[in-house]
Design a protein around this ligand. Structure first.
Ligand code: UD1
Length: 421
């Protein structure tokens, strides 16, 4: 299995172009199932999760052409679509559950294996299923597979009140409701920029979605949707990861092709800690100018601090003099990186949902293991700051969500390489 080896201590300096957002690209790719006309999607990052999505689309019946970061999706006839996602694809990526919305709307039934993905908690799909039940679908779970059926088609004129603003459930309902007759209202919807990006695509296809990006989303169903061309928004989580890289190595990085307002909660915390940040239209300039101050954070649904940056932030706080805390309020088991950070010298204690950190002067390089995608990013960042060599294994997690990470880090001055065992 491949490993990443990092000799820490180099200050990162230079420019990095942020890739398209993984979490935006995936639902937009699944939106192509809503039409038989061509879809052209630009700025799609080359990642394992994208490959898994393209395999799922091909399995269902789409033809895919990928040229660099552009994906073209074609189909012959939706009547020939398969109405299921196989276990070997769904087990690799939780977002595969997003085939449910479009296929329920178009084919009235869909079988999806129970999803996998990052090992960060139970991650059930009850909110998705409750929403589809409200829209008239029935479901049963047989042999590790959710079989969903809307015998008379999905119903509109419904209000769906999500008990938690789940990103995936909001997207799944959107992906179904656009083709359901009548008005569907999502209350307590997720407000993430990726939801807005998906709604823009759906409206380009002819859908009538209003309020995306707020807690109340209204969808007036239409009978048919059309092809589209779209450029995926930049990956705010990747951007935040490079900002931590600048801060933790006392460096200076210009992030290109970002949308600064998508990073507001993160930038506010960075600024409070004393990191110099200058934002302009599509650029963020980050410079370490003085020792940073510890900051407490609590993760939450957008616009709060994103859970996907919690692990990277923790790595940074571990090396800041003083005490800080992190409360993880989105996932129930997202501290798997703590033990690995301790191996490098971190002083962290866990009390249920809260982590307390006492800053240490330095990390010492050691072999560590990734448990999930963002924990993996946290360990890479730790390696960049550590004295000596850090060897990170199980890096397949990283390949799910970071495009050309070693190449980008190397260009910024990191001593990092991938080795094959
Ligand atoms: C998406 C993101 C992921 C991010 C997460 C939270 C994608 C592809 N992934 O994941 O990177 O970490 O949002 O911002 O966009 N929950 C339930 N029942 C459900 C659905 C969710 O209990 O039916 C719980 C989850 O276990 C979790 C919380 O709700 O505790 C948030 O999950 P959700 O917002 O659905 O995350 P994903 O869409 O899976």
């Amino acid at each position: 299995m491949d490993k990443i080896v990092i000799c820490g201590g180099n200050k990162l300096k230079g420019e990095v172009v942020i890739s398209g957002s993984k979490n935006s690209a995936l639902p937009i790719l699944f939106a192509s199932l809503l039409t038989d006309e061509p879809a052209v999607i630009n700025n799609v990052p080359s990642l394992d999760d994208v490959s898994t999505t393209l395999l799922s689309l091909s399995f269902i019946g789409k033809k895919i052409i990928k040229r660099g970061n552009t994906v073209e999706v074609y189909s012959s006839d939706s009547r020939t679509y398969k109405h299921r996602a196989p276990y070997d694809l769904v087990s690799k990526m939780r977002a595969s559950i997003l085939i449910m919305g479009p296929l329920l709307a178009r084919l009235k039934k869909v079988d999806v294996s129970l999803p996998g993905g990052c090992a960060i908690g139970a991650r059930p799909i009850d909110i998705h299923l409750e929403a589809f039940k409200k829209m008239g679908a029935e479901f049963s779970i047989e042999g590790g597979c959710v079989k969903t059926h809307a015998r008379d088609g999905l119903r509109g004129n419904t209000t769906i009140n999500l008990r938690f603003p789940s990103v995936g459930a909001t997207e799944n309902v959107l992906l179904a409701a656009v083709l359901v007759e009548g008005k569907t209202t999502i209350v307590n919807a997720a407000c993430e920029p990726e939801i807005e990006d998906l709604a823009i695509v759906l409206n380009k296809m002819g859908a009538k979605v209003t309020g995306a990006g707020t807690k109340n989303v209204v969808i007036e169903g239409v009978s048919e949707l059309h092809g589209f061309e779209h450029e995926v928004i930049p990956d705010r989580i990747e951007a935040a990861t490079y900002m931590v890289a600048a801060a933790i190595t006392k460096g200076e990085i210009i992030l290109k092709k970002v949308i600064p307002q998508h990073l507001k909660s993160i930038n506010d915390k960075f600024k409070k800690s004393g990191l110099y940040i200058k934002e302009s239209d599509r650029t963020i300039y980050v410079k370490w100018i003085k020792d940073l101050e510890p900051q407490n954070i609590k993760t939450g649904a957008y616009p709060e601090f994103p859970t996907d940056v919690q692990a990277q932030w923790m790595t940074l706080m571990c090396l800041i003099n003083g005490k800080s805390s992190i409360k993880e309020d989105v996932f129930e088991n997202r501290f798997l990186h703590v033990n690995e950070l301790r191996r490098l010298g971190a002083d962290i204690s866990i009390d249920d949902k809260i982590v307390n950190i006492k800053g240490v002067k330095k990390f010492s390089g050691a072999p560590v293991i990734m448990s999930d995608l963002r924990a993996g990013a946290a360990l890479i960042l730790a390696g960049l700051a550590a004295c000596g060599t850090t060897t990170v294994s199980r890096i397949y997690h990283l390949d799910r969500g970071y495009e050309m990470l070693e190449k980008k880090m190397k260009k910024l001055g990191a001593d990092i390489k991938r080795i094959c065992d």
